[in-house]
Design a protein around this ligand. Structure first.
Ligand code: NAD
Length: 263
């Protein structure tokens, strides 16, 4: 029984597999880590939030399922040296690496005039540098295990969202980084893909603050017709995409946005 969803999973498709996942202290990363553990994975969970890491590890310990576990490491993915150290620690601890999930990111809404140099650079350091340097550090181990990488992009990579200009730019970069890596490694027996969720019910989405002069007509452009998605749906897709069942999916950006980018 998964504590993340209250749903029983029959699968043991991750038994013997090691998954390094960023952003596991909250939202989608937490659900992905618990879902993979419930299907037998040894999850190496990373986040900047030590308290959230502690909680998810405790939740995993209470999981009944295929017997997976979550070990954790406080990691600031904005620091390339920390990305390298975290992946090295994962492989030292668990002996291999089969799946890398780049989930951690930040987002906030601001008028372009209010975005500081520091704001811009910090968002790129986390959302883009963090994803890239995790991929770079993990690739030798993913090649050794013939494993795979999944990056989390966003609907914001495919549409112009007012007040989210830096975020849209970082997620566009994640999409192109994924395609370019998939091309560079197309002759190798590994897979590199991205999931592009739409509005999902997590702290990131709930915590957006709007400026007093927000133009709601502009904002409406990036609203979905359907209710917010659930992080458990992204976790279910991730668990399929990172498994052997998705053997022919490589270089794909899979939209999971309840039609947001289709309309
Ligand atoms: N929630 C949405 O509506 C939505 C929509 C599309 C895409 N996304 C993407 O989904 C992914 C997960 O987002 P979420 O909604 O679960 O958000 P969340 O805020 O709930 O979780 C993000 C996690 O990343 C961690 N993090 C932030 N900075 C970090 C750093 N420097 N180093 C390590 N960890 C750090 C946070 O501590 C947090 O635990 C993100 O890539 C986000 O951009 C979210």
């Amino acid at each position: 029984m998964s504590q993340a969803t209250g749903t029983a999973y029959e699968s043991d498709r991750y038994v013997g597999k090691v998954a390094a996942v960023t952003g596991v202290a909250s939202g989608m990363g937490r659900c992905i880590a618990l879902r993979l553990a419930s299907e037998g994975a040894t999850v190496f969970g990373m986040d900047i939030n030590a308290e959230g890491l502690h909680q998810v590890a405790a939740e995993a310990a209470a999981l009944a399922g295929a017997g997976g576990t979550i070990t954790t490491r406080v990691t600031d993915i904005a620091e390339p040296a920390q990305c390298r150290a975290a992946i090295a620690e994962c492989v030292d601890q668990h002996g291999r690496l089969d799946v890398l999930g780049n989930i951690a990111a930040v987002s906030w809404m601001k008028n372009t005039a209010d975005v500081t140099t520091e704001d811009w650079r910090q968002m790129f350091a986390i959302n883009v540098d963090g994803t890239y340097f995790m991929c770079q550090a993990a690739l030798p181990h993913i090649l050794a295990s013939e494993g795979n990488i999944i990056n989390i992009a966003s609907n914001a990579a495919f549409m112009g969202c007012a007040y989210l200009v830096p975020y849209c730019a970082t997620k566009g970069a994640v999409v192109q980084m994924t395609r370019a890596l998939a091309t560079e490694f197309v002759k190798e027996p590994i897979r590199i893909n991205a999931i592009a969720p739409g509005g999902t019910d997590t702290p990131m989405n709930r915590d957006y603050q709007l400026a007093d002069n927000t133009d709601y007509k502009l904002l409406k452009r990036s609203m979905a017709f359907r209710p917010l998605d659930k992080p458990e749906h992204v976790a279910a897709l991730f668990a399929f995409l990172a498994s052997a069942e998705a053997a022919n999916i490589h270089g794909a950006i899979i939209n999971a946005d309840s039609g947001m980018t289709a309309t």
